[in-house]
Write a protein that binds this ligand. Structure first.
Ligand code: 2U9
Length: 358
C-alpha cells in the first residue's frame, strides 16, 4: 500500500498527458482496468486484517474516485476540442452560391416565356393557365370554329377516344381554351396572357408535334384596335430591346377574331445576319384581332356591351428570332452542349428593371 501515492500520481500524470481519446483510454486501463495498477492494490485488500483493510480500502476508493474524476474531466475536454476542430474544419457558408459553378441552364423556351411574362406583367396582364387535355367545346366550338373547319381535321388534332356523351378529349391545338375558361369564370374587365404547350399532329423541318404559344386577351367596354397595336408595339420594343421596331398589321382571317390581322415587325439583313429594326424586310411574329362577338356570347359576355382584343405568338419562333437559333428541332433534342450554348444562367431572372437579358 506504500505504492498508492506513487501509483496515483503516475495515473493522474498519464491522464493529464493524454492528448487523444485513445491515449486517455489507455491511461484508464493502466490504472483501473482488470490488470490495472490500482485494481492490483484492490486485490491485495483480501489478505489484510480488518483495521488495515478499512484504512487501505478508504484510501484506495479515494484514489480511484480522484482518477475517475480526472478521466471524466479530461474526456470532456478532449471531446470538446475534437468537436471544435471538426466544426471549424467542416464549416459551411450556406449563403454562398453552389460551387464550383452553377451547372444547370434555363432552356431558351422557359427564358423567353419568362421574359414575355415580365413585359406583359408590367402592362398589367395576369398569367392564366389551363389543362393540356381539352375538349371540343373549349378548344373549338366556343372559339367559333365550326365542326367542318380545317383545324378540326384529324390530321391537325391529337384526339383521345370518344367520351360516354359522344364528345372527345383532345390535346389543345392552341392556348385559346385558357381564355375561354377565364371568360366563363370571370366578369370583364379581363386582361390575361396564356403561355403554354400546344399540340398539332404535324412534324417536319418547321413543325414539331408539341410547341409553345403565348396568347393575350383584353376584354372591357372601351378597348379597340388602336390599343391592340399600341400593346404589341410596346411588347416588341421591350422584347427585342430595340427602341424603333416598326410594326405592321396585315389583314387576315381567324374564326375567333373580327377584324383580324397578322403582325409583322421590321428587319434588315446585314451580311447575312438578321437585325430587328427599321429596314427593307418584314417578319411575321403572330396574329391578332378584335374578339369575335360569337366568342364573347359563347362565354356569357354581352357583345353589345363588351369588346376587346386577342393576339397569339409562337414562343419557339420568338426565341429563334431573338437569340439567332437556326433550327426549330434542336429545341427538343435534349442536347446538353446545345443547352450550354443557348441556355441561360438560372440566377439571371428576367426583369424589366434589371434588363431582360444582361
Ligand atoms: C379567344 C379569342 C381570340 C388568339 C389569336 C392568333 C390570332 C394567331 C398564331 C400565332 C402563331 C398561332 O402559334 S401560332 O401559329 N395565333 O394568329 N391567335 S388571334 O385569339 C383568341 C384567343 C382566345 C377567346
Amino acid at each position: 500500500m506504500q505504492d498508492l501515492d506513487k501509483l496515483q500520481s503516475e495515473a493522474l500524470a498519464a491522464v493529464a498527458a493524454a492528448s487523444t481519446l485513445d491515449q486517455l483510454d489507455a491511461a484508464r486501463v493502466a490504472a483501473l482496468g482488470k490488470k490495472g495498477s490500482i485494481t492490483g492494490l484492490m486485490k491485495s485488500l483480501g489478505g489484510m486484517g480488518p483495521d488495515e483493510r478499512r484504512a487501505a480500502g478508504a484510501a484506495l476508493n479515494a484514489a480511484r474516485d480522484r482518477i475517475e474524476g480526472a478521466l471524466a474531466a479530461a474526456k470532456a475536454g478532449l471531446e470538446t476540442k475534437a468537436l471544435d476542430e471538426r466544426l471549424s474544419r467542416e464549416r459551411l457558408d450556406v449563403t454562398l452560391p453552389s460551387r464550383p459553378e452553377a451547372m444547370g441552364r434555363i432552356h431558351p423556351i422557359s427564358q423567353v416565356m419568362d421574359e414575355m411574362a415580365a413585359i406583359f406583367a408590367q402592362m398589367g396582364f395576369d398569367v392564366a393557365e389551363g389543362p393540356d387535355i381539352e375538349d371540343d367545346f373549349h378548344n373549338f366550338n366556343a372559339l367559333n370554329i365550326p365542326p367542318e373547319h380545317p383545324a378540326r381535321q384529324m390530321h391537325d388534332t391529337f384526339y383521345f377516344g370518344e367520351k360516354a356523351d359522344g364528345g372527345r378529349h383532345l390535346l389543345r391545338t392552341h392556348t385559346s381554351p385558357v381564355q375561354i375558361r377565364t371568360m366563363l369564370a370571370n366578369k370583364p374587365p379581363i386582361r390575361i396572357i396564356a403561355p403554354g404547350r400546344t399540340y398539332r399532329c404535324d412534324s417536319d423541318m418547321t413543325h414539331t408535334p408539341m410547341f409553345h404559344q403565348i396568347e393575350g386577351l383584353v376584354i372591357d367596354e372601351v378597348t379597340h384596335m388602336g390599343h391592340l397595336k399600341g400593346c404589341l408595339l410596346e411588347f416588341v420594343r421591350a422584347f427585342f430591346e430595340v427602341d424603333d421596331v416598326p410594326v405592321r398589321f396585315r389583314p387576315s382571317f381567324f374564326p375567333f377574331t373580327e377584324p383580324s390581322a397578322e403582325v409583322d415587325i421590321g428587319c434588315s439583313r446585314e451580311g447575312g445576319e438578321l437585325k430587328i429594326g427599321p429596314g427593307a424586310g418584314w417578319l411575321e411574329i403572330g396574329g391578332s384581332g378584335m374578339v369575335h362577338p360569337n366568342v364573347l356570347r359563347n362565354c356569357g359576355i354581352d357583345p353589345d356591351r363588351y369588346q376587346g382584343f386577342a393576339f397569339g405568338m409562337g414562343v419557339e419562333r420568338m426565341a429563334m428570332l431573338k437569340y439567332g437559333i437556326p433550327d426549330l428541332r434542336t429545341f427538343f433534342d435534349s442536347d446538353l452542349r446545345w443547352l450550354k450554348h443557348y441556355g441561360f444562367v438560372p440566377l439571371d431572372v428576367p426583369t424589366l428593371a434589371g434588363g431582360l437579358t444582361r
